[in-house]
Design a protein around this ligand. Structure first.
Ligand SMILES: [Zn+2]
Length: 405
């Protein structure tokens, strides 16, 4: 079935089964007219959750069809639930397997995973390693000695981690000459930032590729191939990607170099399908042919629109700040924190940035000035850079907090 046919069936299903989308005034259009349909925001879904509707009113299956219920951590502390039918779960694993296979995982390879998956959707991605035929060695963050010992004794080919934890592991042990040739990172932006990636590759003596998913839509939807030039859509056939301008909400063509917020639509989902779901991921599109032969647009995540600050009208992503600062390595450690002076998105310049120095280095005002100048050139933002000694910024064993209010 083509994407256009799958979409037509999906819309018919939503009109029949989804109270949420019927209430939204959904009409039947072709896939190439999708931009005429309303967007779906996470907050809208949350607003429909009640005792009677624990998943939200977009739940469209029969309760007995549900084989798995994941939870999201929820920024407000209240989790939301993600139900899946057997076919939904199978499609998730198929898409995720393609993404990890794109990154070079294959049958017989040993792979250590370090996701603290627990209730979260990331747990569904773990089945991809069985599907691929790899030897899966599940580990968790929180006992780094144990992970380092497994790397030494079990000699894995690959390690799967968040970028923060991959960096933390590299700072905790001598991994440059380990058996690991592939580090697969996901869960937060960073793996695609050239400076951050180069530092990780140097520390691990391994190739670093990134993957990306979003709990409400699917796990590891996108995965980067060995050419490291943006993530391919592993979930092709299951998910339709679009780009919008987050301010005007207008569609942006998926042309080479275009940037915008990623919007995703389920094509064959049954439990709680979403249409034109705003992911809050700000991405850049690449359409030039990839030497690996995979077709379709690739993306690179530039940051989360939730983390974005606006400094005198200029959009600033903390991950982009980290990327610019990271290019000063080895004169910097690569760890940074943005410390806005006031609450909220809008900030007055200069934006305070704390930059950590490498082990043994002392503060140097000329370096701080050079970093500030470079940030101004690349991101057109005026900053006040403070250099702090090695070890003074908090390390994360899961995901890094790049902004501290
Ligand atoms: Zn490729």
């Amino acid at each position: 079935m083509s994407d256009a046919e799958a979409f037509d069936t999906q819309i018919a299903y939503l009109l029949e089964r989804s109270a949420f989308y019927r209430a939204k005034g959904l009409t039947r259009v072709r896939l190439d007219e999708i931009a005429t349909l309303p967007l779906t925001d996470k907050a809208e879904i949350r607003a429909t959750i009640s005792d009677e509707h624990p998943f939200g009113t977009h739940f469209a299956a029969e309760p007995e069809q549900i084989v798995r219920i994941h939870s999201t951590s929820g920024t407000t502390g209240v989790p939301s639930y993600i139900p899946l039918t057997a076919q939904d779960l199978d499609n998730w694993i198929t898409g995720s397997s393609r993404s990890y296979a794109a990154s070079g995982l294959g049958p017989g390879m040993r792979v250590i995973t370090t996701y603290n998956a627990g209730p979260f959707a990331a747990g569904a991605a773990l089945a991809s390693f069985d599907r691929i035929g790899a030897c899966h060695i599940p580990m968790a963050t929180g006992n780094t000695e144990r992970v380092l010992m497994a790397i030494e004794r079990l000699k894995p080919d690959a390690v799967v981690a968040t970028p923060s934890y991959a960096k933390y592991l590299a700072e905790s042990g001598e991994l440059k000459r380990s058996s690991v040739t592939k580090v697969l990172v996901a869960g937060e932006p960073g793996g695609g930032e050239p400076g951050f990636r180069a530092a990780l590759e140097e520390a691990w003596g391994a190739k670093v590729t990134e993957a990306m998913g979003i709990g409400d839509i699917g796990v590891s939807l996108w995965g980067e191939c060995q050419h490291q030039d943006g993530m391919h859509l592993g979930a092709y056939g299951f998910v339709h990607p679009e780009l919008i301008d987050p301010d005007t909400e207008q569609a942006v063509e998926m042309a080479d170099g275009a940037t915008g917020e990623l919007v995703l639509t389920h094509l064959r989902h049954r439990a709680a399908p979403l249409l034109r779901f705003r992911t809050r991921d700000h991405v850049q599109v690449k359409t030039s042919p990839c030497p690996c032969g995979r077709t379709g647009p690739r993306i690179r995540c530039l940051g989360r629109t939730d983390d974005m600050l606006i400094v005198r009208g200029v959009n600033v992503f903390p991950s982009a700040v980290r990327e610019v600062v990271g290019a000063f390595a080895p004169a910097v450690s690569g760890n940074i924190v943005v410390r806005p002076k006031t609450a909220g998105v809008k900030q007055q310049p200069p934006l305070p940035i704390t930059v950590e120095l490498p082990d043994g280095a002392a503060a140097d005002s000329a370096l701080a000035q050079r970093i500030s100048t470079r940030l101004r050139e690349v991101l057109t933002v005026q900053t006040a850079v403070e250099l702090v000694p090695w070890g003074s910024l908090p390390r994360s064993e899961y995901k890094s907090t790049l902004v501290q209010h």
